[in-house]
Design a protein around this ligand. Sequence first.
Ligand SMILES: [Mg+2]
Length: 119
Amino acid sequence: MKIIVIDDSMTTRRIIKNTLNQLGFEDIVEAENGLDALTKMDGIQLILTDWNMPEMDGLTFVKTVKSSVAYKNIPIIMITTEAGKDDIIEAIKSGVSNYIVKPFTKAILEEKVKAIISN
Ligand SMILES: [Mg+2]
């Protein structure tokens, strides 16, 4: 399964990537923001994206992906510090399948990714 990890923090990307590797996922692509991610979508089967990023934020990225014929069916997990109820509702309405609030544990990431895959 090819997964893209989008976050403007290199450290956060590394943590997520390492956790996914430990869970057995080897094919991981990294992007610094939504705009960067849009150039790396070929073959992507799962999206893990941050919310707050320069150039193109996560919510705009989600809306762009969901309005794209080619990518609209790819499941998206948002990993964010935006834990407000309104933010979460907006993300879900925009097409996010699930969300994870930072800081997260390996168990939480595993649970959310597996829930998506088993769907
Ligand atoms: Mg960020």
